[in-house]
Design a protein around this ligand. Structure first.
Ligand code: PEP
Ligand code: MG
Length: 885
């Protein structure tokens, strides 16, 4: 770590955009923008390695850093022709965090650093604006005291408020130079009385104080929460960027703004953003003043009063348009930029790939292919599969009755219904208790992030499209309406008032984040449309994907949905789910409770035609695609009667005695049903059950083959196998039934018999088991349960703690435990294929729809993944990305 500081400025830079790990996103892009000739104030970046060293050394700086910082500071001084701490011609700097991944608003920033009682006079003379100089100084004292000296910002706000009151001022702009001078004196006195020492006047002390505070902010609570939520490792650390200040608050030809090169909500190719005249950057993000639109089109569409930047500052606006074109051409992606205009001159302060909704990500990726900016394969890599979930989710039905209560900005699309809650902690509690809540707040801050995460949607009464609420909600995929200005919240009374109406905490509202509307009650929702850009991206994904994607489905509705989402077959039809239908559950209970084979066969005869009809429907919908049908695998307790009513129904259907039935149910009770009389063990002990199911499958397949002219290929799957012998016995019986049905029907069909791998022994003895199996399907729900010895039904009680303490990186029932369960999968693959080279391999546990687990399946060389219908598109995209990576 010899080089710890990287300079940039005047068209030169030590770093570039490829060095994000070392320089953080902000630092790397500041260097890159310099290199491509954009106007960037000079500065330097202290690397993320220094942050790591800072913590390793017990919050101290590595040797040699001081000299490198001094040299870099001298370089800034030379470039701008000012001196750091120079009383007559002072250089002021900003000190900002910048991690590898963007963490908006989570860490600390100090602006106007370098001001003290002497340099403020220099700034006043230099700018010919005493009011500006003292306003800057008081902002600096407040920010520095809060961030570095850890004093409460309310202290300063109270001083300012009482100063205004005494002097009869209503807004900050009423204060003149002398007023700010007096406020500065009061601020400094307050710091001194709070700390017992004066506000630091030495600019070098100020600088090191700020650098340390930024490094320390890497480990503040909100940054930690954000990292956890976005899977950002703590070991990355943040860089620190020190940069010459430029001022957007130097009068009416100065401004500051943030913009996206395309609309981050819809993806439309329209320059989109907000700015404020005569303001400093933080004013826009903090939501203190409501910013104005950048373009005239945007202003008009928002029905906004006042001038857009295009109209107010037309020349600088044109410069900005040129710059954003350059940026998109260079980065080949939508950019999120920050800029400042100082007395008519444009300065770029940041660019990064813009965060966007799933809808926008999709549109931008597809549009950029059409524009020739990126390839189809790059487009496939640009959309986060997990975020597709947002597009697969409901919106408000077009014809639905809308009782409009408030209107704000369409900050994040999608719709949700929930109970009103005002407090983020309460939102989190209620959500944990299973309630759907909508967080309604004046504005949000990084401290609220846990409550936003717990809420179905977010509504704020203040703030714009780039306010904290808007940015964070879009990132989380929560619908959000921001700046609903008519809402008045009275948190203590537990109500919000809006246009003469009162809505209480706990009342149900609906949020339409795509329109910016808040509606009363639970409004009707509609399922999403999957054509257009979505279909285009899916076609590109399908071109490069190797893994097949099937669905876990059994009802005709689910099977049809799966087909519409592009499933290439059924990977798991859980036949026990079909047994819960109201018109068959009595017969199923009759079968289970029966004490004799005759009794069971009688009950099974009632079930057979229904079961056959199920399979006819599935085969017909899947039109010749493979369908894996799993024979009965019920943990028995799920089927035992659980009320007197259930017992009476079985008694009525069979004429059996109620008391005897109850006794029988007791006999069947198991201590540990998950490891009990389930899976193939049931088939071994009661052969007639699997024989009935096999008969239903063969008869249905032949019926469909005759009716449709195209024969389905059933894949009959035996669950919970541990030994070859189990499978051998059951396979022989299935084959025998198949022979019998085919002979009787006078038609041959192709079918397969295979097994699930759900037990460690099955994985280890895969060489033997493969002698009887045409395919393996990894049942990773049970395989995780049996490998870890953790009950899949009870893990919720402690898994959170395990993940928090880093014992598991992720919940292993959601994301495959690659090193443990994954090893068993690889062992089963190798041993199975050693016996049978063409053994077909798939996965049908919940992991089949999880992008990280799908990546594992690709690497492990499985043939297909199978997941719930709504996850099929996610799996298709994840499989494509895994293949490309
Ligand atoms: C599994 O165990 O992963 C599986 C798919 O079967 P089930 O969830 O029905 O036990
Ligand atoms: Mg299972």
């Amino acid at each position: 770590m010899s080089k710890m500081v990287y300079s940039f400025g005047a068209g030169l830079a030590d770093g570039d955009a490829s060095m994000k790990n070392l320089l953080g996103g902000k630092g790397a892009n500041l260097a890159e923008m310099n290199k491509i000739g954009l106007p960037v104030p000079p500065g330097f970046t202290i690397t993320t390695e220094v942050c790591t060293a800072f913590y390793a050394l017990g919050q101290a700086y590595p040797e040699g850093l001081d000299a490198q910082v001094q040299a870099a500071m001298a370089q800034i001084e030379a470039t701008v022709g000012k001196g750091f701490g120079d009383a007559a011609n002072p250089l002021l700097v900003s000190v900002r965090s910048g991690a590898r991944a963007s963490m908006p608003g989570m860490m600390d920033t100090v602006l106007n650093l370098g001001l003290n009682d002497q340099t403020v006079e220099g700034l006043a003379a230099q700018s010919d604006n005493r009011r500006f100089a003292f306003d800057s100084y008081r902002r600096f004292i407040q920010m520095y005291s809060n961030v570095v000296l850890e004093l409460d910002h309310h202290m300063f706000e109270d001083i300012l408020e009482s100063y205004k009151e005494v002097n009869d001022y209503s807004i900050d702009t009423d204060l003149q130079a002398e007023d700010w001078e007096k406020v500065v004196v009061k601020y400094k006195a307050a710091v001194e009385s709070a700390l017992g020492k004066p506000f630091p006047q030495n600019v070098h002390d100020q600088l090191w104080g700020a650098v340390g505070a930024v490094f320390r902010s890497w480990k503040n609570d909100r940054a930690e929460f954000y990292r956890k939520m976005h899977d950002i490792p703590e070991s990355w650390g943040t860089a620190v960027n020190v940069q010459a200040m430029v001022f957007g608050n130097m009068g009416e030809t100065s401004a500051t703004g943030v913009a996206f090169t395309r609309n981050p909500s819809t993806g439309e190719r329209l320059f989109y953003g907000e700015y404020l005249i005569n303001a400093q950057g933080e004013d826009v993000v903090a939501g203190i003043r409501t910013p104005k639109s950048i373009t005239k089109v945007q202003r008009e569409s928002m029905g906004e009063a006042g001038l857009s930047m295009e109209e107010a500052l037309p020349e600088v606006f044109q410069q900005l348009v040129t710059v954003y074109g350059q940026l998109e051409g260079h980065y080949r992606d939508m950019q999120d930029i920050e800029f400042t205009v100082e007395r008519g001159k444009l300065w770029m302060l940041q660019t990064r790939n813009g965060k966007r909704t799933a809808k926008a990500a999709l549109k931008i990726a597809v549009d950029m292919v059409a524009e020739g900016l990126i390839t189809e394969q790059e487009a496939v890599m640009r959309v986060d599969p997990a975020a597709l979930d947002q597009l697969l989710h409901p919106t408000i039905a077009p014809g639905a009755k809308r009782d409009l209560i408030a209107v704000g900005l369409p900050a994040s699309p999608g719709a949700a219904v929930g109970e009103v809650v005002f407090d983020p902690d309460e939102a989190e509690e209620l959500a944990k208790a299973g309630k759907s809540v909508i967080l309604v707040r004046e504005e949000t801050s990084p401290e609220d992030i846990h409550g936003m995460h717990a809420s179905r949607a977010i509504v704020t009464s203040r703030g714009g499209m780039t306010s904290h609420a808007a940015v964070v909600a879009r990132g989380m995929g929560r619908p959000c309406v921001s700046g609903a200005g008519d809402i008045r919240i009275d948190e203590e009374a537990g109500i919000f008032k809006v246009r003469g109406r009162e809505i209480r905490k706990g009342e149900v509202i609906s949020v339409d984040g795509s329109k910016g509307e808040v509606l009363y009650g639970a409004v009707e929702m509609e399922q999403p449309e999957l054509s257009g850009d979505f279909a285009a991206l899916m076609i590109w994904a399908d071109k490069v994907r190797r893994l097949k994607v099937r669905a876990n489905a059994e009802t005709p509705l689910d099977v049809r949905t799966a087909r519409e989402f592009g499933a290439e077959g059924v990977g798991l039809c859980r036949t026990e789910h079909m047994f819960f239908d109201a018109d068959r559950i009595a017969a199923v209970r009759e079968m289970i409770l029966s004490e004799t084979k005759v009794g069971r066969v009688l009950a099974l005869t009632k079930i057979l035609p229904m079961q056959r009809q199920d399979f006819v429907e599935i085969f017909t919908i899947m039109k010749g695609l493979p369908c894996t049908i799993r024979l009965l695998d019920p943990p028995l307790h799920e089927f035992l009667p659980n009320s007197m009513e259930d017992v009476e129904a079985v008694a009525a259907a069979t004429g059996l005695d109620k008391a005897r039935l109850l006794e029988r149910a007791k006999e069947l009770h198991e201590v540990n049903p998950m490891l009990g009389h389930r899976g193939c063990r049931l088939g071994i002990t009661y052969p007639e059950i699997y024989e009935m199911q096999a008969r239903a499958i063969f008869e249905a397949a032949i019926a469909v083959a005759k009716a449709e002219g195209e024969a389905p290929v059933p894949e009959i799957m035996i669950p919970l196998v541990a030994t070859e012998k189990e499978l051998q016995i059951l396979k022989d019986r299935v084959d025998a039934v198949g022979r019998e049905v085919m002979d009787a029907e006078g038609m041959e069909i192709v079918y397969m018999v295979g097994t699930m791998i759900e037990l460690p022994r099955a994985a280890l003895k895969a060489d033997e088991i493969a002698r009887q199996a045409a395919f393996f399907s990894f049942g990773t729900n049970d395989l995780t349960q049996t490998t870890l010895g953790i009950s899949r039904d009870d893990s919720g009680r402690f898994m959170g703690t395990y993940v928090d303490q880093g014992i598991f990186e992720k919940d292993p029932f959601v994301t495959l435990d690659q090193s443990g369960v994954g090893d068993l999968i690889k062992i089963a693959r190798d041993r199975g294929r050693a016996t049978k080279a063409d053994l077909k391999l798939g996965i049908c546990g919940e992991h089949g729809g999880d992008p990280a687990s799908i990546t594992f399946c690709e690497k492990a060389g499985l043939d297909y993944v199978s997941c719930s219908p709504y996850r099929v598109p996610i799996a298709r995209l994840a499989a494509a990305q895994a293949a490309l990576a």
